[in-house]
Design a protein around this ligand. Structure first.
Ligand code: ADP
Length: 448
């Protein structure tokens, strides 16, 4: 570069002095220098025009060689040509990477959709056409929420909490079940992966139906057996002495079986029925008072001190029988596992995280390693303790399901030897302002 530039300057200076000398010799130095400068200008203008024409006619994806030129202009032409070729090479490499990525996603059964930061569709693979009915190229730049109009999807997309996938029936074929998973990248762009989980969903439904049907079918025989055993025990004095103990044990076990079947049926209904259809404004305090009375009656012999800390004007929107069942499970558990004369506190509180319903006791507590597993079906901390108390191991699973159906969750904290606290957290949207409401308060027999 420098030698080219120095040569050009050198040549310019030599030409200038040659012109000056010629001009001086013929007695017109100014005229000769002016003519020389004009010639120099014309030369550079011509080169500029060649450069302009070449750049104008060049196809950047297939650059043509530059016009032949010498000196500094030759260097400029060659430099630009080299840059064009390098850029083209880089473009070809990038294109081949994109082609490979597109080819590999085209072969996938998984739908891959790229969404820009305005929510418009940018690119998708063929599986997306099949699974969610996208049309190429018609749907390009269309808003994804205009194409998948299911309210659950719109809510999921707008809330942008993508830590969990969304299950939804396919917009193009409602018999198929799809799982949507979205991840964000770049500046607000999103990558949406959709897979067909119809087979898995069908198996899951079969499992749920099976548990529901088996529980339903077992209910009548067990009720009959329990009934006969109780009738026999009512007439204890006429029973042979050696039969009394076995029959008592049979009655106890068939009661347990009845409880297990009842809880299994409740769980199966919670899993299979559409999310809480019968919603109403529930006055929480009345519900808790009701549950408190139940616990006091059922565990009268343990004479617990149960206190209720709740403002009367707290209403929550939900399914009464489901919430009753969840809260009564927690309160009955507290009463079941807390020693006689122990204390149990039921507290309702509005907080920044939503509505809080806490059931605390000063019972035996639970070791920390059990806590994450407590809501699993049939998980018990202590088999013998639960069997003694007639527990089914399904109570907390029911609580978890009910709360999930109310967009809430269960939090458990406990210290062995000191007591436990089970807290139901319901979102702020569930809180109903008492003004202008005709609340439904729980009446006996509404619990399920
Ligand atoms: P169960 O029918 O056995 O009570 P749950 O699902 O209701 O089943 O509870 C699971 C386990 O959690 C129980 O077996 C018990 O060991 C423990 N648990 C539940 N509530 C309490 C409590 N208030 N205090 C101590 N342990 C509890």
């Amino acid at each position: 570069m420098f030698s080219n530039w120095h040569d050009a300057i050198k040549r310019l200076l030599i030409s200038f002095f040659a012109l000056l000398l010629t001009g001086w010799l013929i007695g017109e130095p100014a005229l000769v220098v002016l003519a020389g400068t004009l010639g120099y200008l014309v030369y550079h203008l011509r080169q500029l025009r060649r450069l302009y024409n070449w750049l104008r006619d060049t196809d950047f994806s297939e650059p043509s060689p530059p016009p032949e030129s010498k000196g500094i202009w030759g260097y400029i032409f060659d430099g630009i040509y080299l840059l064009q070729r390098r850029e083209r090479q880089a473009l070809l490499e990038l294109k081949s990477i994109i082609d490979k990525a597109q080819e590999s996603t085209a072969a996938l059964e998984l739908a891959v959709v790229m969404i820009n930061n305005r929510g418009g569709l940018e690119w998708w693979n063929p599986a997306a056409e099949q699974l969610i009915g996208l049309q190429t190229p018609k749907d390009k730049n269309q808003l994804v929420i205009n194409l998948i109009r299911e309210p659950a999807f719109i809510d999921y997309f707008n809330k942008a909490k993508f830590n969990r996938p969304l299950k939804l029936s396919s917009p193009s074929n409602p018999t198929n079940m799809l799982e949507f998973q979205i991840t964000t990248f770049g500046e607000g762009e999103r990558l949406m992966l959709v897979r067909d989980i119809s087979q898995l969903h069908r198996l899951e439904m079969m499992r749920k139906d099976f548990v529901g049907n088996v529980s339903h079918e077992l209910r009548t025989p067990i009720t009959v057996i329990t009934g006969y055993l109780e009738t026999m025990l009512d007439d204890k004095q006429n029973l042979p002495a050696r039969w009394i103990k076995p029959i008592e044990q049979m009655a106890q076990q068939s009661h347990r079986m009845e409880n297990i079947i009842r809880d299994l049926l409740t769980l199966s209904q919670l899993e299979t029925r559409a999310s809480s259809k019968q919603q109403s404004a529930i006055q929480l305090c009345s519900l808790l008072r009701e549950v408190k009375q139940d616990a006091e009656q059922v565990f009268a012999d343990k004479a617990h001190i149960i206190t209720l800390d709740c403002a009367d004007d707290i209403y929550v929107n939900g399914n009464l029988s489901e919430l009753y069942s969840a809260i009564s499970n927690l309160v009955l558990n507290a009463a079941k596992y807390t020693q006689a004369h122990g204390s149990i506190v039921l507290r309702v509180e509005k907080g920044t995280r939503g509505l809080l319903i806490a059931v605390s006791d000063n019972g035996p507590g639970i070791a920390p390693h059990h806590i994450p597993r407590l809501t699993e079906r049939f998980y018990r901390v202590d088999e013998s303790r639960s069997a003694d108390t007639g527990g089914t191991g399904l109570g907390l699973a029911i609580v978890k399901h009910v709360l999930a159906r109310h967009n809430g969750k269960l939090e458990i904290s406990s210290q062995p030897g000191k007591g436990s606290q089970f807290t139901c957290l319901l979102p702020v949207e569930r809180i109903v302002e008492p003004s202008g409401l005709a609340p439904i308060t729980p009446t006996p027999g509404t619990q399920g």
